[in-house]
Design a protein around this ligand. Sequence first.
Ligand code: ATP
Ligand code: MG
Length: 248
Amino acid sequence: MKKEPPIIALNKVCKSFPLAIGGQQQVLFDVTFTVKSGEFVAIMGPSGSGKSTCMNIVGALDSATSGTYELYGKDITTMTDDELATIRNEYIGFVFQNFNLLPKRTILDNVMLPLMYRGLVMDDRIRRAREMLRLVGLEKFETYFPTQLSGGMKQRVAIARALAGNPKLILADEPTGALDSKMGNEILHFFKKLNKDMGITIIMITHEFEIAKYADRVIHIYDGRIVYDGPVPASENTLLKAEKGHKK
Ligand SMILES: Nc1ncnc2c1ncn2[C@@H]1O[C@H](COP(=O)(O)OP(=O)(O)OP(=O)(O)O)[C@@H](O)[C@H]1O
Ligand SMILES: [Mg+2]
């Protein structure tokens, strides 16, 4: 059988941002990892360690300063903005901490939005968006506006929107960060189901070890470097020890 190539392959990715006072601040150092189709990966690490920066590169929202990044075997470091937008729309569903819903549009409109770029006729867009709302249990709310929903419901709308384009990969940056633990757990169970039943690859950033336990693998970033990459350890101490090994 032919070995399936990784869907994500970062090799020695570095990222620097220009500082207001001049010079550069390096935020990622030689970040190297691959993700195979069907994995559920948690990215952990302290605030400011570079998790979102790394996720933005994986999601082709930002580019590396050096190193290479292949998504589905395509080197995306040399692509134009238009090509990147197409790749994002085709392969990736994004879920953010603050839902990023359009407040003046109905729930149905919000879910239909990414389908605009898919060349689907209006009827098909509506059908697909309704199907996704059914999947997250919100079919009765399609005419509501985001402000009329609870946080957990908003995040379910955001997930329906992320799924509408039938992505192979979901990138979630602290998806439960703005939710209480009951709603957060609901969302995490849903992610688990998407991963196990639909085979969707998930990469999720979280601060909390309890949340990382829903994943099968943890990549722990500390000061812009990967200090642990492996199965979810039995205790968070393993990750904290890995940090200590890298303290300057
Ligand atoms: N666009 C940017 N311009 C300049 N500096 C940035 C930019 N984005 C991030 N940084 C810097 O990069 C570092 C890492 O930020 P990042 O947002 O990746 O951290 P994080 O691990 O996601 O933190 P948190 O857990 O608080 O979300 C920080 O020092 C931040 O100030
Ligand atoms: Mg972040």
